[in-house]
Write a protein that binds this ligand. Sequence first.
Ligand code: GLY
Length: 340
Amino acid sequence: MTNNIGVTSSSSVYFGKTDALLKQLLPEGRVIVISDSNIDRTHHELLTRYEYILIGQGEQAKSLATLDNIYRKLIEMGADRTTFILGIGGGIVTDIAGFVASTYMRGVKFGFVTTTLLGAVDASVGGKNGVNVGGFKNMVGLFSQPQFVVCDASLLSTLPKRELRAGLAEVIKTAILGDAELFEILEKSTFNTLCKESALLEDVITRCVRVKASVVAEDEREGGRRRILNLGHTIAHAIEKSTSQFSHGEAVAIGLYHITKSALAQKMIGESDANRILSLIEQYGFSTALPTDLNQLLKAIEGDKKRKGDSLHLIFPTAIGAVEDRVVAYKDLKTIFDNI
Ligand code: GLY
């Protein structure tokens, strides 16, 4: 029996071996893969089974220029509305592939093979696709669900340690906001054990997808509850905007650390739970210090002010497995983060 988790009525995450799952899930007809040069190096044979288009790596590839390039290639290749787009890669590839597929000729069907831990537990699941514009992350995009996401934990064994650790930041985020048992599993484990024990890693991924799927099923377009998935992300995005030193996951770990300290300072979370969160982030080897001066980060957060009015939603942990969504005025941000 196929092991899968439904995200919406038309989109599911499938766990297992890529080859067998693609045989089962891909439609008859033309398939064009969108991937990147890193996957071309590590999984070349998989790409060569299809026609494929490669994009560059890193956040700078999430741009309108990349989209334009792909649209032109698809036109040259004669892709039409019956073509199926398969994104094979991490979060950047799946964001781009989902955007292209949802807009090329007003939309063609698409699916993903996720090849990073961060992609498996967050980016590839839930139908958010977007590109960065003018230094703003995911400023232009759409909600559009892939028909399937293939999650093959054996593909993750080729990941560099730094990349795996970055994915663990989103795993820790998920445990804090919605799975206290997962939090305990992480506390009892170590980074090295998780890297080595594929059954344990698979269990961790499955739990994260379950949490994310239940949140997305309730609020696909982020009108309310889905906002909790942004735990740690306000600070993370400000860090990503202010320095190129950290990957998204690494910035999320710093964001989780400081939002927890802020929740503790405001007595929104008990000392024991807050200390467990802070210790877990340290246990997995993340940097936790703010890389730039707080004022600079606040400026980066306030840079988004124009599009969001005078306040923003901040998600605070209130216990292991629980969070609170608070509307905070920009003018109060300094006080909120001053004593962290
Ligand atoms: N990564 C947050 C979300 O999918 O809503």
